[in-house]
Ligand binder design. Structure first.
Ligand SMILES: [Fe+2]
Length: 312
């Protein structure tokens, strides 16, 4: 019809049913708004305690077999209705335990991943694309997208770490690929204690003591940004509303986080806090020396050209 029809105010019989049959929906009567003035995070700030997770993982050893070592982890599921996995919109974090003598079998996947080692004895290592990379407490070890990786604990102490991955982002983008290694455990063909994928805790601490906040392996993972933050007692950082989502894990001392819609939380080594986008927060050192790592989706926002257009 080329001319404007006369408005009758009456919906023709069967009109909406007909639309539905053709998978069409009327934009003038949306079921819910699809745009809003500023970011409206679905996820909420939340805290996880290493002591709780460690106790639960210890108990899980009684019934989670060594063959399932790569799955003996506890996922930090954001506590919102109907959520079964993400820690925040684009990232997930999990505590993992690998016992002495165990090997978590090798695989590769499109999601990027990193590990923050919390506790581990000697002879704990990750094999990335066939190269043995030793790990120690405080280290941040990267496994970029589609790199084979597996983990072994050949020492005599349990190894605990935190995994961080961009799985929720990859799921939303529908570009998930995953493959188990055909040999179960990838053969070791090299040994690089000083691999570029390993960011040693002692090196990070030296940098933090000199410069406060330092980037960890910039660009090492295309979707995940990493920083190490060192704080003297009483030293604080204040953040306004941001479009990136942030997970912080404490690596030393005691840190007080004060977060919009959460309140105040005092965190110690191994504790984790997630701060979804658009929440103001402050970070304060509560010990002579405290440190934490920041894991964020900031590189995604930057690469896509999104920024805080109404920063508060
Ligand atoms: Fe993996």
């Amino acid at each position: 019809m080329s001319q404007a029809a006369t408005l009758t105010h009456e919906v023709p019989a069967g009109f909406f049913e007909n639309l539905q049959a053709h998978a069409l929906s009327p934009g003038w009567a949306k079921k819910a708004p699809q745009m809003w003035p500023v970011p409206k995070p679905r996820f909420v700030p939340a805290v996880w305690r290493y002591a709780d997770a460690r106790a639960a993982l210890d108990r899980a050893c009684a019934f989670v077999s060594p063959e399932q070592a790569e799955r003996r982890n506890l996922i930090m599921v954001n506590p919102i209705a109907d959520n079964i996995y993400p820690t925040c919109r684009n990232l997930v974090a999990a505590y993992q335990l690998v016992l002495p003598g165990e090997t978590a079998r090798s695989h590769r996947h499109s999601p990027n991943a990193l590990r923050l080692i919390l506790d581990a004895g000697s002879q704990t290592f990750t094999i990335v694309n066939g190269v043995q990379v030793d790990v120690a407490p405080g280290d941040v070890v990267l496994t970029p997208s589609w790199h084979w990786h597996g983990h072994s604990n050949f020492g005599d102490e349990p190894a605990f770490w935190i995994d961080f991955l961009d799985v929720p982002l990859v799921q939303n983008l529908e570009c998930m690929y995953f493959e188990d290694h055909p040999l179960r455990n990838e053969p070791i063909v090299g040994h690089e204690p000083d691999s570029a994928l390993r960011n040693k805790g002692e090196d990070l601490e030296r940098s933090m003591r000199a410069d406060g906040t330092v980037d960890i392996a910039p660009g090492g993972l295309k979707t995940i940004g990493l920083q190490a933050i060192g704080l003297k007692r009483g030293e604080a950082q204040a953040h306004g509303k941001r479009i990136d989502n942030n997970i912080y894990a404490i690596t030393a001392g005691e840190v007080r986080m004060t977060v919009e819609n959460l309140g105040t939380a005092d965190l110690v080594r191994g504790d984790v806090i997630v701060i979804p986008c658009w929440h103001t927060f402050t970070i304060e050192g509560r010990a002579d020396w405290s440190s934490l790592i920041r894991v964020s989706d900031e590189p995604v926002m930057k690469a896509l050209g999104f920024r805080e257009v109404k920063a508060v």
